[in-house]
Design a protein around this ligand. Structure first.
Ligand code: ATP
Ligand code: MG
Length: 450
């Protein structure tokens, strides 16, 4: 059976308490009641509730006393019930850790909606805390998010070949997840306890490449005071990930080919050869076959590094992955930024699907990270999307997306409230309006501590 969520109503007005209780009970919530600060604290000593609805003015004191006692425990999510005269206290309460406030008299739908949303968020928060470290772990296949059949096939293939020793060439446009895949292969393979050494082929100059990769003996050149085994040997039984392989110079291409053919290296000025045990994975965002045809990349090397080929298609060719990946990044942003953005508006989803994503998943990640910073409500709307994305939308009309003065006003009030940590007096002063006016605006614009 599904677990019933528990709610404690702390309210001294018996008719209001009963009416909230009845509304919630009909929706399968398990409801407890307290009519004073004292009974509330006694009840809370005994157990934890999924949600607490807390009135501010109680007959034996302020609800704030209850809040003070429990606000350190995030499990006790509190919604303040405030009367008209107590809105400033409600704002204070939010500063102290309450999550939302309901203003009396609140209708049935508002009560239910607020309760449902906060219970859901609380649950997610719990799951999130344990999941977040797992989710950010870039060494697992589970963290490669996809829904498309193309990606499913790729992942299935990759899992099958993790323990083979053959070379792998991963191709795909920039930001498609080549390195992520290489990491997942290494860390799932029998080689996972040995190092994964990444080498960016574009960043090593010719003069250093040979010694960096294959090592040298002491005295091999002026600065070679002691010997260095080279990255291929340092990787041991692990993996060498040669990124941007197309950028290797012809000289290094030929040296690498010799090493791959013989399975051995001979460090500079050393008479001895050493056997290589590391697996070689390479990646490229260029079309190597074309480069081979043009004579810009060695054909024999191409075949050596391409024993297993994995091509990751661009995001625009696997559109079903866009929303799940966007939701995944939103999930992470919510945690890292302590936000509670729940969804993308339908038109936003449509727009994300239509966009061409030239920077692929890296671009999608940056877009979601950036807009999460500025979204203050539970939903990502069209106005939050960067102009570059909006412009590609077929039906895009510039005028529709210009902001109204009201929106600017709302955003400015939010910014100031945030920067003063919801200090009403300071915020009013900065904004150049009176305290009653700022309260009026908070109400009018439905501003919550977000
Ligand atoms: N399917 C996916 N699910 C979740 N995150 C992903 C996925 N694919 C890529 N990423 C993330 O997107 C970013 C870019 O991925 P990665 O660095 O692996 O791309 P790349 O193909 O190596 O790009 P480049 O060619 O520019 O080096 C990384 O932060 C990575 O974790
Ligand atoms: Mg990369």
């Amino acid at each position: 059976m599904k677990k019933k969520h528990s709610i404690l109503i702390v309210e001294d007005d018996i008719s209001l308490r009963n009416s909230i209780k009845n509304i919630l009970k009909r929706r399968e919530y398990e409801v407890s009641e307290a009519n004073s600060v004292k009974t509330a604290l006694l009840t809370l000593k005994k157990r934890v509730f999924d949600l607490i609805l807390l009135d501010i003015t109680l007959k034996d004191g302020s609800g704030m006393n209850v809040l003070k006692k429990i606000s350190n425990d995030y499990k006790n999510r509190v919604i303040i019930i405030s009367g008209t005269g107590t809105i400033d206290i409600a704002v204070e309460a939010i500063k102290m850790g309450a999550f939302a406030f309901l203003q009396k008299p609140a209708g049935r739908d508002v009560i239910l909606e607020t309760v449902k949303k906060n219970i859901l968020l609380n649950q997610k928060l719990d799951d999130y805390q344990t999941l977040i470290s797992e989710l950010c772990d870039k060494s697992k296949f589970e963290n490669i998010i996809f829904k498309s059949l193309q990606m499913k096939k790729i992942i299935q293939k990759a899992i099958k070949i993790t323990d083979l020793d053959n070379t792998i060439l991963i191709s795909g446009e920039t930001g498609t997840g080549k390195e992520l895949l290489a990491r997942a292969i290494h860390y799932t393979s029998k080689r996972k306890n040995d190092p994964l050494i990444t080498i960016n082929s574009a960043s090593i100059p010719d003069t250093l490449a040979e010694s960096e990769l294959f090592g040298f003996e002491a005295g091999a050149f002026t600065d070679a005071i002691s010997s260095f085994p080279g990255k291929f040997i340092l990787a041991g039984n692990g993996t060498i990930f040669l990124d941007e392989i197309s950028e290797l110079s012809p000289l290094i291409q030929s040296k690498l080919l010799r090493v791959l053919e013989s399975g051995e290296i001979s460090p500079l000025k050393s008479a001895k050869t050493k056997k290589i045990n590391a697996r070689i994975i390479t990646a490229t965002n260029k079309n190597l076959e074309t480069l081979v045809k043009k004579g810009l990349f060695r054909k024999d090397l191409y075949y050596r590094i391409n024993q297993i080929n994995i091509h990751i298609p661009p995001l625009r060719k696997r559109k079903t992955d866009i929303i799940p990946i966007a939701e995944h990044f939103l999930f992470i942003s919510n945690i890292t930024l302590s936000k509670r953005i729940e969804r993308f508006d339908d038109e936003v989803k449509e727009t994300l699907l239509q966009y061409s994503w030239p920077g692929n998943i890296r671009e999608l990640k940056n877009v979601i990270n950036e807009l999460s910073l500025f979204v203050s409500g539970p939903e990502i709307k069209m106005k939050h999307l960067p102009y570059s994305i909006l412009m590609q939308k077929k039906s895009f009309k510039k005028e529709e997306h210009l902001t109204t003065l009201k929106e600017i006003e709302r955003n400015q009030i939010i910014n100031v409230l945030k920067s003063t940590n919801f200090n009403i007096k300071k915020s009013a002063k900065i904004l150049g309006i009176s305290r009653p006016s700022i309260y009026k605006k908070i109400k009018e614009f439905d501003i919550n501590k977000i």
